[in-house]
Ligand binder design. Structure first.
Ligand code: SAM
Length: 240
């Protein structure tokens, strides 16, 4: 997968994506990151990329032309068609289902705003979708882009050492939260590992994990249960 970043600080995202699973995915050639700085496409001695908002008010707005030139350069750099995604607090809230959909695309172009945001005309003309990483405001889109890069990178085939581990994560196929996990030592001053996990009985372990996921989802995120993939027996068990 190829990801193009339109950003005043593309190296920030590249840095975030240099460690662990994402760093490995890049080393394995599963993911490539390409930065496009609008300042490189700005004119004049000061290479200006922002200006005051019409109508007055605080802050600055990112200008159309440097951004448009950077987006067009990114689009032209690869023949695969690219949808342009603007990271924005006003966008569609990012979910694991959207991450799966993004991860299946051959390429992404991520546009990171700064200041008060981007001239609306650029968004209308060049952007295909807006994505938010939550109902709060960041000072720039780079952290949000890094979140997207991380989440899609780990879903690339071959990125995780154990391909099955993504399937059991929260929000995956069944729509539930993941079960609790334990490792050595069995006995610790903070507690003991649940006996069933030491039993070697795989059917019992699977049943325990599933029930833990159900209970935990009900307790922490009851909103997820309505859409979760549960059997009638499980729904009855939860209701009891
Ligand atoms: N004035 C804008 C608003 O209230 O909608 C916020 C601008 S914010 C200070 C600057 C940039 O940070 C935005 O253009 C966007 O790219 C990014 N950003 C801020 N919060 C975000 C969020 N929750 N999700 C994704 N991107 C965000």
């Amino acid at each position: 997968m190829r990801i193009d970043l339109i950003s005043l600080f593309p190296e920030f995202v590249a840095q975030c994506a240099g460690f662990g699973v994402v760093g490995r995915a890049r080393e394995r050639g599963l993911l490539s990151l390409h930065g496009w700085n609008p300042r490189d496409y700005a004119e004049g001695n000061y290479r200006r990329v922002d200006d005051r908002p019409f109508g007055g008010g605080p802050g600055m707005v990112m200008m159309i032309d440097p951004l448009r030139a950077a987006i067009r350069a990114a689009r032209a750099a690869d023949p695969a068609p690219a949808r342009v995604t603007y990271l924005s607090p006003q966008g569609r809230p990012l979910t694991q289902a959207i991450v799966r959909e993004l991860a299946a695309r051959p390429r992404l172009v991520l546009l990171c705003g700064r200041y008060e945001g981007v001239d609306e005309r650029l968004l209308e003309a060049e952007v295909d979708e807006e994505l938010s990483i939550g109902d709060y405001v960041l000072s720039g889109g780079e952290l949000a882009a890094a979140v997207v890069v991380d989440a899609v990178a780990r879903l690339q085939e071959g990125a995780l050492n154990d391909a099955g581990s993504a399937a059991q994560d929260s929000f995956e196929a069944d729509g539930l939260l993941d079960c609790p996990h334990y490792t050595r030592p069995v006995e610790h001053e903070l507690g003991t590992v649940p006996e069933v996990l030491l039993s070697g009985n795989h059917a019992e372990i699977a049943r325990w994990r599933r029930r833990q996921s159900l209970l935990r989802t009900r307790r922490r995120r009851p909103d997820l249960l309505a859409a979760a993939d549960l059997s009638p027996e499980e729904r009855a068990w939860l209701a009891a």
